[in-house]
Write a protein that binds this ligand. Structure first.
Ligand SMILES: NC(=O)c1ccc[n+]([C@@H]2O[C@H](COP(=O)([O-])OP(=O)(O)OC[C@H]3O[C@@H](n4cnc5c(N)ncnc54)[C@H](OP(=O)(O)O)[C@@H]3O)[C@@H](O)[C@H]2O)c1
Length: 255
């Protein structure tokens, strides 16, 4: 039986993926801050799919939290076959107006914890010559986004990091990024902004993640949805000033 650890499993994409992996027979380790939500999901998945679900209610936005999570996982005798670095959030606003403590948490969760969990669990996968690390990036990784400057930059890091590690791992081990566009989750409420364009569903994103997991050699990075794939191409072709202006028109708060 394979075990998948999903961060940010209490809502949105992480919750959807937990359902999908439980349906496939994975044992699950679910992590997020909201304990009651995790407990309710674990109960539902255990009874529906007869699988084993362990929950750890933890705040992963502080330095050292990833090491504490690794310690709990090992102490409870788990081995992680699939790591899904999904927990993340964005802050919306002009950088000059940002709350420094909140931004530090954003960078720690979106980047620091993701990198450290990868380094924690990848060696076991390399040794076993099997396993996967799935990192959730964003279409915001494809161009700078005024109004979401820190968030977009964290996701650019996630994509670049994932693509580079894709090129390091041996056959049998999969490391890749998946970039959703705007998706109907709690993300925009947390960020305090509104989505632009059509919304995908968490199920759309989970489907792409499963397709990549099923692939013998997944792409280093995959964008969810054909419109988003076109937009990412376009943002690479148009002058950067134009890409910045368009992104800013969507997310920069009016003065
Ligand atoms: N929705 C979109 O449009 C969109 C687009 C591109 C990329 N993404 C990315 O997709 C990923 C999942 O987000 P989502 O859209 O599913 O949004 P969501 O519904 O807000 O889910 C975010 C998850 O992360 C967890 N989380 C947040 N802060 C945390 C912390 N400090 N410690 C531990 N867990 C924390 C949340 O759980 P708790 O609050 O219980 O801790 C929740 O389970 C994120 O990385 C996001 O950047 C989303």
């Amino acid at each position: 039986m394979s075990t998948a650890l999903i961060t940010g499993a209490s809502s949105g994409i992480g919750k959807e993926l937990a359902n999908a992996l439980a349906e496939r027979g994975y044992e699950l380790i679910l992590v997020a801050r909201r304990k009651e939500r995790l407990a309710a999901l674990a109960k539902e998945l255990t009874s529906t799919h007869k699988t084993t679900v362990t929950v750890y209610a933890m705040d992963l936005s502080t330095p050292g939290s990833s090491a504490a999570l690794e310690k709990k996982v090992l102490a409870d005798g788990h081995s992680v076959d699939v790591l899904v670095n999904n927990a993340g959030f964005g802050t919306n606003g002009r950088v000059a107006d940002e709350n420094r403590a909140r931004v530090a948490e954003e960078i720690q969760l979106n980047i620091g914890t993701l990198v450290d969990l990868t380094i924690a669990f990848l060696p076991g996968m390399v040794k076993r010559k099997s396993g996967a690390v799935v990192n959730i990036a964003s279409t915001a990784s494809y161009q700078p986004v005024p109004g979401l400057a820190v968030y977009a930059a964290t996701k650019a890091f996630v994509r670049s990091f994932s693509e580079a590690v894709w090129g390091e791992v041996p056959t049998g081990v999969k490391v890749f990024a998946v970039s959703p566009g705007a998706t109907a989750t709690e993300f925009f409420d947390v960020a305090g902004t509104k989505p632009a364009g059509n919304l995908a569903t968490p199920a759309d994103v989970a489907r792409v993640i499963l397709q990549q997991l099923d692939s013998e050699k997944p792409a280093p990075s995959t964008i969810v949805g054909w419109q988003n794939r076109i937009m990412a191409r376009v943002s690479r072709i148009v002058p950067v000033k134009a890409a910045i202006a368009v992104a800013g028109s969507l997310f920069l708060p009016k003065k």
